[in-house]
Design a protein around this ligand. Structure first.
Ligand SMILES: C[S@@+](CC[C@H](N)C(=O)[O-])C[C@H]1O[C@@H](n2cnc3c(N)ncnc32)[C@H](O)[C@@H]1O
Ligand code: SF4
Length: 331
């Protein structure tokens, strides 16, 4: 069985911090994009899927008719008899009750919230308010959907983040099954920033979430099955611009630009043994319960409090996470 990722490369507007492949200027090309997706799907007709993740960009931006078409394409081309999880990423701005109703097959919604404060949301280019998020969130919760919330820690001039995070989880934490906490790409490892990150982690764990991957927290049994396939180097098919596939130890990457994607441009990458080992090491370190086999040279990082031993392995500590990129180079 395989996992399927579909990249929807459209957003109504580009958020200031984001470098995902998405085009605000290509909205009139969505129907053409769906035709290209169908062509790609036909090459893998009958593939049996365990998980599906529609991400982006902003999949919720598609109209009700376009979403309906996308779901039909998936149903017509793949074997879904053993499907365990179906996630759709959504921006609260464009996810409507009508769309949620149409997306009956989707059992897990990932909502991009990022921050709780309307002034910050506006400043970073979000088109929704916190109140709009709450409306969509309440409806998804009433529909008994699994819900992930994306948050970003590290925005400037946002001293109330921790207080608001705590308040939000106190009121709504029981309705959330999963939480992704991303550090802004240029997150500083200055002492006060590290302390903010550590305090965010403490608050989230305090509301019953397990920290199972560097950026991800879940209620027991609600870990993202799809992303676990990536982190455990399972096989997946990626469709749409910029999407990667990993099939039979080969990685395929679709072109980023819409015009190139429409022309079927794709790169194939065969990994050397050395690259495979490095990739396994990196992915295993990301999984906070897994890690890599202990070696004497890791004592330096253990003493600093960035790594700890777990049975015969070493794993990252919360304190080690903001320094992961630096530590990894020396492991
Ligand atoms: C594809 S987006 C989510 C769906 C939808 N487009 C939205 O923004 O609501 C995936 C997530 O990546 C995170 N993200 C994007 N750019 C980031 C950055 N520069 N640093 C940290 N996290 C980032 C955001 O939390 C975002 O919700
Ligand atoms: S809506 Fe989501 S994918 Fe689009 S620019 Fe903003 S964060 Fe990135």
């Amino acid at each position: 069985m395989k996992s399927l990722y579909i990249h929807v490369p459209f957003c109504k507007a580009k958020c200031g911090y984001c470098d995902f492949v998405s085009y605000p200027e290509g909205l009139d090309l969505i129907d053409k994009y769906l035709i290209a997706l169908e062509r790609e799907m036909q090459l893998y007709r009958g593939m049996k899927l365990s998980t599906i993740f529609i991400g982006g960009g902003t999949p919720s931006l598609l109209s009700v008719t376009q979403l309906d078409k996308l779901i039909k394409l998936i149903k017509n081309n793949f074997d879904l008899t053993s499907l365990l999880e179906f996630t759709l990423e959504a921006n609260p701005e464009s996810l409507t009750l009508e769309k949620i109703a149409k997306l009956n097959i989707v059992n897990r919604f990932s909502l991009g919230l990022q921050a709780f404060d309307n002034n910050i949301l506006k400043k970073i280019g979000r088109l929704h308010t916190f109140e709009r998020f709450q409306q969509v969130f309440a409806y998804l919760s009433d529909c008994q959907k699994d819900i992930n919330i994306d948050l970003i820690v590290g925005f400037k001039d946002y001293p109330y983040f921790l207080r608001e995070l705590n308040m939000f989880l106190k009121n709504e934490g029981h309705k959330i099954t999963h939480l992704s906490l991303y550090m802004l790409d240029n997150y500083s490892t200055a002492e006060d920033q590290v302390e903010t990150y550590l305090e965010s982690v403490r608050i989230i764990k305090n509301y019953g979430f397990l920290h199972y991957e560097i950026s991800n927290f879940a209620k027991k049994g609600k870990e993202c099955k799809h992303n676990l396939v990536y982190w455990n180097r399972g096989e997946y098919l990626g469709l749409g611009p910029s999407a990667c596939s990993f099939l039979k130890e080969r990685r395929y990457k679709n072109a980023n630009k819409l015009a190139d994607y429409f022309n079927g441009k794709q790169e194939v990458e065969e990994l050397s043994n050395e690259q495979v080992e490095l990739e396994k090491k990196m992915l295993n370190m990301r999984l906070l319960d897994k890690g890599i086999p202990y070696q004497k040279k890791y004592d330096f990082w253990i003493q600093k409090g960035y790594l700890k031993t777990k049975v015969k392995n070493v794993v990252l500590t919360d304190l080690g996470i903001p320094f992961f990129n630096q530590i990894f180079l020396e492991l």
